[in-house]
Write a protein that binds this ligand. Structure first.
Ligand code: FES
Length: 247
């Protein structure tokens, strides 16, 4: 399989980037997209050229490290997937594939396709945890949680923090990420004692990081690999007003 890659190359945050064209041959349809980039990098090494920097870790759709824009979409042509779970069979012989880093003011480019998503870490630092000393694991039936509540908390907890929601949003909003992280703890008894402080602090940090506002276009929900629902954002907003009233 042969394709043409147009890949964003940028030496560092302060330098100017540009798309560079690479013809890549000898690919297989069974290769993952990241393996196709590995293959391209191997040919660059043989030519004594600088390899293309891109992020990855698990390559199993779990860690959220591998986000790039492919042909104008976060994580490529399919809904609700990660770049590492995308395969070359999703493209045709002779295709031109444009690969760019996630674009958002809060995600500065580090090098080539790698962006700094530590803004997400700083939001988590403001409340993405519980401070109760839980000791050893409690007996599962000691704290009863209704099934619908535990299910929706687990759905929100599925967020892998990849940043596709931000990159695909025309406002570069982090509302889907932040709402998932707030809701999955606030819904459960263990997260209740700090729910108002958590909601206020995490939203304050989200705004401080200069993510945009949510205007409910729903684009984030389409690209989210974990299929986090935008109903989480409405729930976060309701929690925010309640927390404000009580603060
Ligand atoms: S490399 Fe971990 S989600 Fe893609």
């Amino acid at each position: 399989m042969k394709v043409t890659f147009k890949i964003w190359r940028q030496e560092n945050h302060d330098s100017t980037g540009a798309l560079r064209t690479y013809e890549s041959e000898g690919l297989s349809e069974e290769m993952s997209f990241l393996e196709a980039l590995d293959h391209l990098n191997e040919t660059l090494v043989l030519k004594n050229e600088k390899v293309i920097a891109f992020d990855h870790d698990c390559r199993e759709g779990i860690c959220g490290q591998c986000g790039v824009f492919i042909n104008g979409r976060a994580h490529g042509p399919h809904d609700n997937t990660t770049t590492c779970q995308l395969h070359m069979r999703s493209f045709k012989e002779g295709d031109t594939i444009v690969v760019e880093p996630f674009r958002a003011g809060a995600f500065p480019v580090v090098k080539d396709l790698v962006v700094d998503r530590s803004a997400f870490d700083r939001i988590i630092e403001q409340g993405g945890y519980i401070t109760a000393k839980t000791g050893t694991a409690a007996e599962a039936n000691a704290i009863l949680v209704p099934k619908d509540i535990s299910d929706s908390a687990m759905d929100a907890a599925a967020c892998i923090g990849c940043g596709a929601c931000v990159a695909t949003c025309k406002n570069a909003s982090a509302a889907l990420f932040t709402s998932a992280k707030i809701n999955h703890l606030n819904k459960l008894p263990q997260g209740k004692p700090e729910e108002h402080r958590r909601t206020l602090d995490m939203i304050f940090q989200m705004d401080l990081e200069q993510f945009g506002s949510c205007t409910f276009t729903g684009a984030c929900e389409v690209e989210c690999p974990a299929e986090i629902s935008i109903s989480n954002i409405a729930e976060m907003n309701a929690r925010y007003f309640k927390a404000k009233l009580l603060s």
